[in-house]
Write a protein that binds this ligand. Sequence first.
Ligand code: ADP
Ligand code: YYY
Length: 222
Amino acid sequence: MSSLVVAIDGPSGSGKSSTSRGVASRLGMRYLDTGAMFRAITWWMLTHDVDVTDADAVAARAGDAIIESGTDPQAPTILVDGEDASVAIRSDAVNAAVSPVSAVPAVRTRLLELQRSIIEAGSDIVVEGRDIGSVVAPGAAVKVYLTADPAARATRRAAEAGGDVATTQESLLARDRIDSGRATAPLTMADGAVHIDTTPYTLDEVVGQVVALVEAVSGAEA
Ligand SMILES: Nc1ncnc2c1ncn2[C@@H]1O[C@H](COP(=O)(O)OP(=O)(O)O)[C@@H](O)[C@H]1O
Ligand SMILES: Nc1ccn([C@H]2C[C@H](O)[C@@H](COP(=O)(O)OP(=O)(O)O)O2)c(=O)n1
């Protein structure tokens, strides 16, 4: 029997990472943060002096970074060429470059292959990103699309990472525009996805709602 996949998509700050980790921890599942993989390849481009505004230059190096993602929801890890990049991939420079780099088809093809090999290599898994339910795992047993008001998203992010709410909101909305407008695998609500607007709920409540969706499916399959 193939393993169960839970796909969680949505814009920045909607709660994907924390909800996915909470669900995976509660249900004993693996966890994959695909955003961290796009951030990792972007960080590699920046540290190898690739002009990230030049799609051809990015495409030419798309296969060169070695990216390894850990799948323990309690201790997610990301290695780039064997080096821990978990802090570096959250920098302002990566925030500014990650959406244009993620729009380059060769980057998406490379990471899609890696993502599918991780998903297929093991047990049940929660996978979060922008195109999981639509492209990476369209056959996922459960698909969730998380949103929240832009002001709530910016307030959450600023509280977590520091910085003022207005600047954070501008940066999130700029990324949303690129992520939703790109030609290849844009951010979209997949067919069959359950939409949860997380604005009025606590993290625990959202985790509970997603766990209930997964249990309904696994109960039906048992
Ligand atoms: N339902 C929620 N209510 C309040 N804060 C939340 C909620 N979900 C997530 N958060 C907080 O918002 C911030 C961004 O969440 P995160 O999971 O990183 O979002 P994303 O992965 O979609 O960018 C984190 O600090 C997280 O703890
Ligand atoms: N499946 C995915 C995941 C992320 N991306 C791109 C687009 C996003 O702006 C960046 C960063 O994603 P990430 O999930 O880390 O972003 P946030 O933490 O939600 O701000 O990567 C993507 O294109 N496809």
